[in-house]
Design a protein around this ligand. Structure first.
Ligand SMILES: [Zn+2]
Length: 321
């Protein structure tokens, strides 16, 4: 029977339900967390804040599962994710992999050797938790694949082929770098149907997204929030793609961050702008409150919505025993 790794243990694929495919409970600095601990952030307050945001998505919109696409160097924290999952009653799927920032440990160690560490935690569990990741994460922000980015991608290509887990890739739409990423993965034998290129709507360029879809990957329709006024254009691109029959390769999410670095102990939340990237006041409900009704009004069907929110996540995350 197919199962899915969550932060509280494996669940049957049939229990996944409505799923947001790219969110974050926490994005922070693992160094500040490990070195300054409670001085850096109030763990209980973070868990409570995140649980309330996640619970709201469940109670109001029936969200049953969330992929937490946080890589190691943005402070993936399994006990914290597990506590949020228990308090909110929502399944959380954790990731493994690296964000595009340079990390000294990777400078002179080959991708093959680094990949062994990641493969091992996919097979036997993260640290001593017995909890395995359900998703692989990589990120390229630069227009080209080179240097550190290249090495992280190389590692995830090896891990993908060894484990079968899907990859979610942070990309930069304005430079269309999802295309060279797909070339890179294809040259290394990664099945494109196991890759999601994320942040595809950032440039509101339907032509670019269509080129990606032609490569056989999924496209992450995320960064769904209202701070810059681009949401109507993003919805328009999605509606066009659905009209062309692409529901089978689209997944939805916000790229919301329940707790980010800026809420550290010494910086008052009140000093921050009320709304910015990643923290729409509607939290994890923008997709269901605003986007799905707008897509239905533009001709999308309930079957399209089911495909994007249930069947595609299940096809990506379910692993045969
Ligand atoms: Zn993200």
């Amino acid at each position: 029977m197919a199962s899915i790794n969550t932060v509280t243990g494996p669940i049957p694929a049939s229990a996944l339900g409505v799923t947001l495919m790219h969110e974050h409970i926490i994005c922070s600095s693992p160094v500040m967390m490990s070195e300054f601990g409670d001085k850096w952030f109030d763990r209980e307050a973070v868990v409570e804040l995140a649980s309330s945001k996640v619970r709201q998505a469940k109670e109001r919109q029936g969200v049953q599962s969330i992929v937490d696409a946080t890589p190691l160097n943005l402070a993936r924290d399994i006990p914290l994710l597990a506590e949020v999952s228990r308090r909110s009653g929502v399944n959380i799927i954790a990731a493994t992999g690296m964000y595009y920032l340079d990390d000294f440990a990777f400078w002179k160690v080959s991708p093959e050797i680094m990949a062994e560490y990641f493969v091992e935690e996919c097979r036997t569990g993260i640290r001593d938790s017995n909890i395995c990741p359900g998703m692989l994460k990589c990120a390229v922000e630069a227009p080209q694949i080179n240097g550190t980015n290249r090495s992280y991608l190389e590692i995830m290509a090896i891990v993908q082929k060894a484990t079968g887990l899907p990859i979610i890739a942070h990309s930069h739409s304005a430079s269309r770098n999802g295309l060279p990423m797909m070339d890179f993965f294809s040259e290394r034998g990664v099945d494109p149907a196991r890759v999601i290129i994320g942040h595809c709507l950032d440039s509101c360029d339907a032509g670019y997204v269509r080129e990606l879809l032609a490569r056989g990957c999924y496209v992450g329709c995320d960064r769904i929030y209202r701070h810059d006024g681009s949401l109507p254009r993003r919805i328009e691109v999605m509606a066009q793609l659905l009209k062309d029959g692409w529901a089978r390769r689209m997944v939805l999410s916000h790229d919301f961050i329940c707790y980010a670095n800026h809420l550290n102990r010494r910086q008052r939340a009140a000093s921050l702008p009320a709304s910015s990237v990643h923290d729409d006041p509607l939290g994890l409900c923008v997709v269901h409150d605003l986007v799905i009704p707008a897509l239905l009004a533009r001709g999308a069907t309930m079957d399209d919505i089911e495909q994007m929110t249930r069947r595609n996540p299940s096809a990506l995350l379910a692993m045969q025993a």
